[in-house]
Design a protein around this ligand. Structure first.
Ligand SMILES: CC1(C)CN=C(N2CCN(c3ncnc4sc(CC(F)F)cc34)CC2)S1
Length: 487
């Protein structure tokens, strides 16, 4: 059983970050299960008190990492309140070892029906049990987390959090073989709570990551609540103590091995390290590489965010060739999915890369001041083609279109910045067509006569002599723009 033990209570009143980390360490290293409701309440109290308007007190510089007084009374009251809400609402059949779909749905209903009627769901700081217990508000992730914490209170340790890159649900039963929706997703969509995770069309959408979600252990659920800590004070400032606490807790979880199978949490830690790196720790660049390795090792390389974490890092550090490669790798992931209306988040990600970040880079690079400009590098052109090709292939076979005229101008603008002699050095190789995975007519084959069948997208490599068998880049560009202009 989990629990708020004497060794934990002895740490109160908690006055600094070091002691909060100690509480998490006690919970994580103790043989029993870490107590999700206790840790979520503690993290939530700290976050909300340091990011709420009311508390813009200037911390005593002496302590520097000063925290609001976390006294035992406050935490115990909320901890008991959550236990009472759950235990009073759900009678437990002691004989059952595993949760049933009815039980999971019942816990989801208890949380769902106790939420404030209507509130701005995308607001920050709505992810913790503190938010639920003090304001009856939770965001989409927060509802799923609260359901898992509720099932832990009832003793069902088979119920675990399953995470895609933009959604959360639960697994339960023997070997976690059952799945259930427990929260909503996106705006204006009917919630599917109680249903098992789609086997149909939706399962081929990015939202369900081709059935390769991060299925959490209890310890990884602690990593999820820590990852969900939101230090933002407003749209351009963070509360220093909150992000420092998040960084310390992520390093604790990293050292204990609980981030190994959690690419996004590793990426979060990489972002925090880029902002303020810790002595004696690996460079943030290594963390972004580890997140990619984790996705490749455990999730069949079906996750996009590890590459956009890395691409964002390269972009911010003016490493544009490397950024192009990361984004092309992200595009190689998305090309095998079918775009569905639930995939807005990743659509916006690719739209920003294609129509904001890449054009910005092209503008800088063609301003003529950069000596060793990427415009002379055929591998940069190759990465860009692979990036655009992946988005085109993403659209192919999808019920919902991806591209529209708004994509065409920046795309053609970008491609035309590379001189013919640079473009000529890019050799487009075609994979043999394989069965099974998403087949597609690449952006180039419907407009030229060569057998430009491709599976998993066009491979490109730089080659010095021009190879006449392959489509000229003009044909490719024409194909691109023709496809864009007449979808
Ligand atoms: C490269 C980016 C644009 C930067 N931040 C990104 N994030 C992606 C989402 N984030 C996450 N970080 C840890 N765990 C999770 S679980 C989840 C889905 C939600 F519905 F539960 C999201 C998410 C953190 C921030 S992707």
């Amino acid at each position: 059983m989990a629990g708020f033990r004497a060794t934990d209570k002895a740490l109160f009143p908690i006055k600094n970050i070091k002691t909060v980390v100690q509480l998490f360490r006690n919970q994580l290293e103790h043989s029993q299960e870490p107590d999700l409701s206790l840790l979520s309440i503690v993290a939530g109290v700290i976050e909300n008190s340091l990011t709420s308007r009311s508390n813009l007190q200037i911390c005593e510089p002496v302590e520097h990492n000063c925290l609001p007084n976390l006294d035992l009374e406050t935490i115990t009251l909320m901890y008991s309140k959550f236990q009472t809400i759950i235990k009073n609402a759900v009678e437990v059949n002691k004989q059952r070892k595993y949760a049933t779909r009815e039980l999971v749905k019942k816990v989801s209903d208890v949380i769902w029906n106790s939420l404030t009627r209507s509130y701005y769901k995308d607001r920050a700081h709505l992810q913790s049990l503190y938010s639920y217990l003090s304001g009856s508000k939770l965001d989409c992730f927060g509802v799923a987390f609260a359901v898992v914490a509720g099932c832990q209170v009832l003793g069902y340790n088979d119920v675990h959090l399953a995470l895609s890159e933009d959604h959360a649900w639960v697994v339960f039963g023997e070997n976690g073989s059952e799945t259930a929706e427990v929260t909503w997703h996106g705006k204006g969509n009917e919630d599917k709570r109680g249903q098992e995770i789609g086997k149909g069309v939706s399962s081929r959408s990015w939202l369900y990551v081709n059935n390769k979600p991060v299925v959490c252990t209890r310890h990884m659920e602690v990593a999820a609540l820590v990852s969900a800590i939101n230090p933002s004070l407003n749209s351009n400032q963070d509360a220093y103590e909150v992000s420092e606490l998040q960084q310390e807790l992520l390093w604790l979880l990293y050292d204990l091995g609980h981030l190994k199978k959690y690419p996004m949490a590793i990426g979060n830690l990489g972002d925090l390290e880029e902002i303020s790196s810790r002595e004696g720790r690996v460079e943030c660049r290594v963390l972004f590489e580890e997140a990619i390795k984790s996705s490749r090792s455990y999730y069949n390389n079906q996750h996009v965010y590890p590459y956009t974490y890395q691409g964002g890092y390269f972009y911010r550090n003016k490493m544009y060739k490397e950024a192009f490669e990361s984004w092309a790798n992200a595009s190689d992931v998305i090309r095998l999915y079918n775009y569905s209306r639930d995939d807005e988040e990743i659509y916006k990600e690719f739209l920003e890369i294609a129509n904001e970040l890449i054009p910005h880079i092209m503008k800088i690079e063609s301003s003529g001041f950069s000596a060793n400009t990427i415009l002379k590098k055929p591998e940069c052109f190759a990465h860009l083609l692979r990036f655009y090709d992946g988005i085109c292939q993403w659209e192919e076979g999808s019920a919902t279109p991806v591209l529209h005229i708004g994509w065409a101008k920046p795309l053609v603008n970008t491609i035309s910045k590379f001189d013919a002699d640079v473009r000529a050095q890019v050799n487009i190789l075609c994979d043999t067509v394989q069965d099974g995975a998403k087949k597609n007519a690449g952006i180039c084959n419907n407009n030229n006569n060569n057998n430009y069948e491709k599976e998993n997208g066009a491979q490109t490599e730089t080659k010095d002599e021009k190879d006449t068998n392959f489509p000229t880049i003009e044909a490719l560009t024409a194909a691109c723009s023709e496809k864009l202009l007449n979808p």
